[in-house]
Ligand binder design. Structure first.
Ligand code: CA
Length: 656
């Protein structure tokens, strides 16, 4: 048998590149009334047999068909029969040794994804799918991260029992808290909150939950099995390969109809295990290995995908396009983007722009990795340090702002600006301008479109849990809670007035807690569920978020994502525990205020802040984010209470 090293040598040889790089785009098994076509890429295989089954997991093959070897290492089979709903796998021979595998290009599969399913995609469309359209793109984006299994699991959400934790729950209109008919949950809740984009934690088929097992199982799903198939445990029937496809489409259609764009979390940097359909159909091609042949592990998951290999990059690019085209996804969040190469991400950006219009689909990711992963052929990783090499519309989560606001993400006790940290005033100002041309440490960011401004995500402590660790830790006194709430409002006041793309974890608006669990990826549903009762226990905080979001939509100076946005920062001031920024709010979009003045104050005693010249309307303070509805005015000096924000607007001068 060939060693890993020999495989690796072969794959990186110019001959391999020349002989086996193919442009073909119809891999997988697609059916229509005209017939069915199966295509698999495996230059390494000597023989491939297609096996057809009636079921997705049980029984023997009813037909075994030898595949024909075509050009460029492609294996093909076609028939005039429409094989929609027929399950299949491949038997491949490598140096005489046989391996059975599912299809890496599968678009449908049986329960747990071990067998693929031939599919006529037109039969999986819900009614009205042809007319499905996302709401118009808006610069005033606020991205809200949810997990399908978490969102509707808690009984108090009022979702139909059979739909709890499923795609279908997000198609249910007018759900209310414990079905009281008064307090909205689900879609109506999201509308009231005012978010514009729903980011879905993994909805591709992942491996850590047994789709045939009980409903209490839970996992975030960062362990891909079939990249181009929806996860089965969120479907009402995981056995019938058609159902999960239709139900995910129904969910997206419903989100679109309710005014939200939908972003998909994609995890192309590693797979559930090394023993994947990729490895089985093309040994060692899709994975990075060290020179001695052991797999690279910069994903901390034991297998790093080799995105820089031509056919692997092509796979990833086409997978993204597939979700955008077939499922109408409006954006992509790349998990551990730092393990993918810059060239590939720029190619994906270009392909999406060509197909759907420039910047129409959002693209951003985590610009880091668990460790550095050496790439072949001088490819550059999409790490933070390389942000300048990425397209202006490929963004990154900004950990600088996140940690400056609330403190270090791994060191629980380390505070940030809002909870007692010192010397962070400059970082807060830089956060507002999305780190475009900060005085020190220019990261090479081209525009706010490249930055995700946030303080919470599914990873690490929730914002509330982090504040609980850093403010009167261990205490539950009224004062402790009050101080944490004030810090929470200040944290929200900061990042929601930054020029980047706004992002937050579902429930941050009601002080979501995971009982201090730092990494809940496989914790119980009780730890992870959206607690709709808590949402109404913390109505004041939730209202504060609503007001901030509504106000932001009226402030084009903060929503401008172009490279010129940086010029809007007219003045900045920093002092002890205080940062202030003056922003030009004029532009094409109509706004009542021509300038905005932002004051962030984290001191423990109230203070006086000097205002720039002119009369200012107080649009929001530390407790009320709806003041803009009926604002009071101030000039000269303004008293600022402890741990609080002030958002002020200067009205346009009356014309004439
Ligand atoms: Ca699965």
């Amino acid at each position: 048998m060939k060693t890993v090293k020999e495989y690796k040598e072969w794959y990186r040889s110019p001959e391999f590149e020349k002989n086996y790089t193919c442009e073909q785009k119809d891999f997988g098994a697609l059916c229509s009334e005209k017939g069915s076509v199966f295509k698999l890429w495996s230059p390494a295989a000597e023989k491939v047999t297609l096996q057809l089954y009636k079921k997705g997991n049980k029984g023997d093959a009813f037909l075994k068909i030898p595949m024909e070897r075509e050009e460029k290492g492609v294996w093909g089979y076609c028939t005039r029969e429409n094989l929609h709903g027929v399950y299949y796998d491949y038997v491949l021979s490598f140096e005489g040794k046989e391996v059975t595998s599912a299809d890496p290009w599968a678009r449908a599969c049986g329960v747990n994804g071990k067998r693929s399913m031939a599919v006529d995609l037109s039969r999986t469309n819900p009614e009205g799918w042809q007319e499905d359209k996302a709401p118009a793109y808006q610069e005033e984006n606020v991205i809200y991260e949810i997990h399908v299994g978490e969102f509707s699991w808690h009984k108090s959400g009022g979702f139909p029992e059979k739909y709890r934790g499923t795609y279908k729950a997000l198609t249910c209109a007018h759900t209310t808290l414990n079905n009281d008919g008064i307090h909205p949950t689900g879609l109506d809740y999201l509308k009231e909150l005012g978010v514009t984009h729903i980011q879905l934690m993994p909805v591709f088929d992942y491996g850590s939950v047994d789709e045939a097992g009980d409903r209490e199982q839970f996992n975030w799903g960062y362990d891909p099995v079939n990249y181009n198939v929806p996860e089965g445990s969120y479907a009402t029937d995981a056995e019938n390969g058609e159902v999960r496809i239709r139900e995910l489409k129904e969910m997206i259609q419903s989100l679109h109809r309710n005014g939200f764009r939908v972003i998909m979390d994609v995890v192309y940097n590693h797979t559930y295990s090394m023993d994947s359909c990729f490895q089985r159909t093309m040994p060692w091609y899709y994975y990075r290995t060290k020179e001695d042949g052991t797999p690279e592990n910069s994903s901390a998951c034991g297998n790093d995908v080799a995105s820089e290999r031509t056919m692997c990059g092509k796979y990833i690019l086409e997978s993204v396009l597939y979700w955008a085209e077939e499922y109408h996804m409006d954006g992509f969040r790349f998990d551990l983007m730092g393990l993918l190469d810059v060239e590939l991400l720029n190619a994906i950006r270009k392909a999406l722009d060509e197909k759907f219009g420039k910047g129409e689909k959002l693209m951003y990711g985590e610009p880091w990795a668990a460790a550095s992963s050496p790439m072949e052929g001088g490819a550059k990783p999409a790490l933070k340090e390389n942000i300048g090499l990425l397209d202006e519309n490929v963004g990154m989560f900004c950990d600088n702002l996140r940690d400056a606001v609330k403190g270090h993400v791994f060191e629980g006790e380390l505070p940030g600006f809002v909870n007692g940290g010192k010397g962070l005033e400059k970082d807060i100002v830089n956060g507002v301008r999305a780190w475009c041309k900060p005085e020190k440490g220019d990261m090479g960011i081209k525009a706010p479109s490249q930055v995700i401004s946030y303080v919470s995500a599914h990873d690490n402590w929730t914002l509330w849990d982090k504040l609980s660790l850093t403010i009167e830790s261990g205490k539950d006194s009224r004062k402790a809670i009050r101080d944490r709430l004030a810090a929470n409002r200040l944290a929200a006041g900061i990042y929601m007035t930054c020029q980047g793309n706004l992002f937050f974890l579902s429930g941050e608006e009601f002080a979501r807690t995971k009982d201090g669990v730092e990494n809940s990826y496989n914790s119980s549903r009780t730890i992870n569920r959206m607690d709709w009762e808590r949402a109404y226990e913390n109505t004041e905080l939730r209202r504060y978020y609503q007001g901030l979001i509504a106000l932001r939509k009226k402030l084009p100076g903060l929503c401008d994502k172009t490279p010129g946005a940086e010029k809007r920062i007219l003045m900045e001031r920093t002092g002890k525990n205080m940062a202030a920024v003056l922003v030009d709010n004029t532009g094409e979009k109509a706004s009542e205020w021509e300038q905005i003045y932002l004051i962030y104050y984290a001191g423990r005693k109230r203070t006086e802040a000097e205002l720039p010249e002119g009369e200012w309307e107080i649009l929001a303070d530390g407790e009320n984010s709806f003041l803009w509805k009926n604002p009071e005015t101030a000039a000269g000096k303004l008293t600022v209470s402890k741990t609080s924000v002030r958002i002020l607007g200067k009205r346009k001068k009356a014309e004439g």
